[in-house]
Design a protein around this ligand. Sequence first.
Ligand code: AGP
Length: 512
Amino acid sequence: MENYLDLKGRLIEQGIRFSSQTDTEVIAHLIGLYERETGDFVAAFGKAMQDLRGGNAVVAMNRNHHGLILAARLGYAGAVVIGLGNGETFVASDVPAILDYTQRMVFLDDGEMALVTSEGPRFFRISGEPIEKEIVTVAWDPVSAAKGGYKHFMQKEIFEQPRAISDCLGGRVDVEVGEVHLNDLLLSDEDLRRIDKIYAVACGTALYACLLGKFFIETLAGVRVETDYGSEFRYRNPILDERTLLLAVTQSGETVDTLAAMEAARAAGVKSVSIVNAIGSQAARLANGGVIYLNAGPEIGVASTKAFTTMIIALYLFALRLAQARGRIERSRMRQEIQSLLEIPNHVGDLLRDTSIYAELVDRYHRASNMLYLGRWVNYPIALEGALKMKEISYIHAEGYPAGEMKHGPIALIDEQMPVVCIAIRDQVYEKMLSNVEQVRARGGEVIAIATEGDGLIAEKAQHVIYVPRTAPLLSPIVTTIPLQLLAYYMAVRRGADVDQPRNLAKSVTVE
Ligand code: AGP
């Protein structure tokens, strides 16, 4: 609540005494003040909501009004979900909280409020006009939101990736005809042809997916892509015109910095498309160019895994759809690309079958204080992502770097205490990655290589090798990221960290 101090000052001037330092208490007194003035609790609530600035989700009850709950959403932070049960109604801040009771949800938008009684909910603008709201059925069954027999949600979600990737592809690719269909996209072929620049904006892991999206879209569709952190985009003076498209990539659909970028695009009259997992989230509703749902099911672990790999799939599908609209790819090539995508779930499944190698790596490196992750080309973003996974759940300081930058600084860090992960698969930068591995070894560093199955040469150079299946070159990040998820997971477990809820982190960063 950005203006609680001046509201608090106003209330104190009117003789109101506070018993706490919280901004929440300001809201309660504000409602009370307006109720004394108007004699109407509901009107007082709406009036108070109009005074608040910033992103707020507010729920209010009043001991003199039994059986009445009021809820409001202000700004695009702080989600409010109204669950429609069987003869009962729920108010919550997120879907999984009430999924055990109902899958029928209504999502409040900025400046809207709900009045909930035993008869059910009614919806209004906070200024008082009644409104109609769409009921969304969130097809996440309660069981899938539970751990399903795994030790941690993160573990479950890592092992769910073959299914999540299949679901992300489901109904969107026709390998016989060689076509991609994105039915929730509201852009026609002509709209897609008019686009001459795309800003792909996100935060954290989702930003690393955007870095891959840049490769896909520029290579396959021939459209310029700029990527940016949501938190930085808002300080740019981006050149936005009617031929620009904003691509917002976000698992939760509630990341305030990403939503701010969408808001900036809307204000500039630029269409936005969101690539999002959470059904009915703000990013899904703000996107006037449509949505590409990840269809990955609920991701509960703070460290994003299946959302990341399905973001890569969704971005690849978008790039193909864009190329298709622009006539950039022959049918035969489309069939080839789709076939490569359809093989990915099995490749990922193969990687999840035997995790024994991680015990040896964890034994050797779980006391490390620092780690370096190196990759080139499409695996540079995977080096960044692998390092983020490690740092956010095991608390080891891990840094991802473009391997070509080694000589420009990081090589000074190499010593026996610094395990170095090198993504050195048989692709167009393999030879250069091999020399990076040799540079690290020559300085006493230990190398964990991610390599292409059957590559014997790398085993002569790296202390440890984790093999991944060969894929189409642009799609290798989906398989190279899996070992890095598992490495981070098993290291965090060994170090006794809280894997699903790492310290200081939230699953969705809805505040700035
Ligand atoms: C990823 O493991 C982190 N939890 C974090 O970087 C996350 O990717 C970021 O906060 C963005 O979240 P979003 O995808 O819900 O927008």
